[in-house]
Design a protein around this ligand. Structure first.
Ligand SMILES: Cc1cc2nc3c(=O)[nH]c(=O)nc-3n(C[C@H](O)[C@H](O)[C@H](O)COP(=O)(O)OP(=O)(O)OC[C@H]3O[C@@H](n4cnc5c(N)ncnc54)[C@H](O)[C@@H]3O)c2cc1C
Length: 404
């Protein structure tokens, strides 16, 4: 009986172990987990609801949501993609629902449903999970891996999978087996901005803005919803920017300039829209673009030194232009980052050139497999990070099941 060890009882590790044991009942699969609980991130994910995947079953579209790894994931998604995830759970009695924005959750809206489903499979397939075992050292001798834990246990296996997520110890283990790690940086965060324009407006949202982030090396753009928070800005457009610009923002110590086009319109149509008010006797404060909240508009006028009580038909031409300019482009200084509670991930990890994506096997150490966040792959928020874990886990599990 082939012995397989999986390090890490998170999304990728548990999924791979299940796949391996199912595809080849003659393997003995053991998961070593440093914590005292399994699937801890699954439990807290998606605000406790677990955003399992995204309702986009065209892989060519799906891969566009990975700032790092999009090219490499093309082939793995031909083996196991979002639709397969939904089916995998449905076959085990867990139904999914898609929300308007495409995020998919179990219909129970509880991450525990996902955990229970996995634990049922683990039990059924006789997979052994040993918690409280932090692996500190790994070595390959001949055809066998030797694995040592902090608690001084030693394990031996013919096949090894590293699924340690973004824990520092995991990167060390990958290095011990010859792999290199690309620069690490947090991804999926919100922006700290201290501006008079945003003061006391927390909770106000905008359906569609255009954001331009200028870092010292590169400029990034995103269109999408925006939310004012107590400390600055959040919402899908900011989170996406944080993912695409994760490395550049870290290099700049999270000091960048953010330009906001509040209505996501080009300047000329915007000016034309404002000019429609030209003959109105309404005051500036009472007549404004419908996409904007009244409280924001009032503050916007004040910060741009426009008198809210001026009737539109008395607004000088120069000030029309000034208003259009400010709506088209407001510059704010990003001063730092804050945590987004629903989901955050690490950008960077095991170098993708060192992995065979048909099998998820190491190109440097045969018999060693990887999946999940430990790799230099990360997605934007919306279920893409778990899908990376399921896809990689499924392929690695299949390969481990058929180890020569
Ligand atoms: C708050 C939060 C919410 C999230 N919500 C979502 C969401 O709704 N949808 C989504 O797609 N993504 C979400 N994510 C991201 C997602 O959780 C991760 O991308 C995913 O869990 C990665 O899976 P993994 O198996 O690679 O790593 P993990 O799930 O982190 O699992 C790694 C496991 O390895 C163990 N481990 C590490 N080192 C060792 C060692 N040396 N020895 C033994 N064990 C070790 C760890 O204890 C851990 O249990 C969220 C992340 C966070 C932090």
């Amino acid at each position: 009986m082939k012995k397989i060890i999986v390090i890490g009882a998170g999304a990728a590790g548990v999924f791979a172990a299940i796949r391996c044991a199912e595809a080849n009942p003659k393997t003995k699969v053991t998961i070593l987990e440093s914590g005292n609980k399994v699937l801890r991130k699954v439990k807290i994910s998606g605000g406790g609801r677990c955003n399992v995947t995204h309702h986009q079953f065209m892989s060519a579209e799906f891969v566009k949501n990975y700032p790092r790894g999009s090219r490499e994931l093309q082939s793995p998604f031909t083996q196991f993609q979002a639709e397969d995830t939904v089916k995998w759970f449905a076959d085990r009695g867990v139904k999914m629902k898609a929300e308007e924005d495409g995020r998919m959750f179990p219909v129970t809206d509880s991450s525990q449903t996902i955990i229970n489903c996995f634990l049922n499979e683990v039990k059924k397939l006789n997979i052994q999970i040993i918690t409280g075992k932090k692996v500190t050292s790994v070595k390959k001798e001949g055809n066998q891996f030797s694995i040592w834990t902090e608690q001084k246990d030693q394990f031996k296996a013919e096949g090894l999978m590293l699924a340690t997520g973004s824990m520092p110890e995991g990167y060390k283990l990958a290095k011990q087996l010859g792999h290199s790690i690309t620069p690490l940086a947090p991804s999926l965060f919100t922006f700290k901005i201290n501006s008079r324009l945003l003061k006391d407006l927390a909770g106000i949202s905008f359906p569609e803005v255009e954001l331009t982030l200028k870092t010292s090396k590169k400029t990034f753009q995103q269109v999408g919803p925006l939310l004012i928070t107590h400390w600055g800005l959040s919402g899908p457009a900011v989170l996406k920017l944080s993912a695409w610009a994760a490395r550049e923002m870290k290099e700049d110590n999270y000091q960048s300039t953010l330009e906001i086009n509040w209505l996501n319109k080009k300047r000329a149509p915007l000016l034309e829209e404002l000019f429609k008010n030209k003959n109105s006797k309404s005051k500036l404060t009472n007549l404004y673009p419908q996409e904007l909240a009244g409280r924001f508009w009032e503050q916007f006028l004040k910060v741009n030194q426009l008198d809210a009580d001026t009737p539109w038909n008395q607004l000088p031409h120069k000030q029309y232009n000034q208003l259009a300019d400010a709506l088209y482009k407001t510059s704010l200084e990003v001063e730092g980052k804050s945590r987004f509670k629903e989901e955050f991930v690490e950008c960077g990890g095991v170098h993708l050139k060192e992995i065979d994506f048909k099998t998820m096997e190491s190109k440097l150490t045969p018999g060693l497999f990887f999946a999940g966040e430990l790799l230099d792959i990360d997605g934007i928020t919306g279920g893409f990070n778990f899908q990376n874990a399921w896809t990689g886990g499924w392929i690695a599990g299949t390969s481990l099941a058929h180890l020569p």
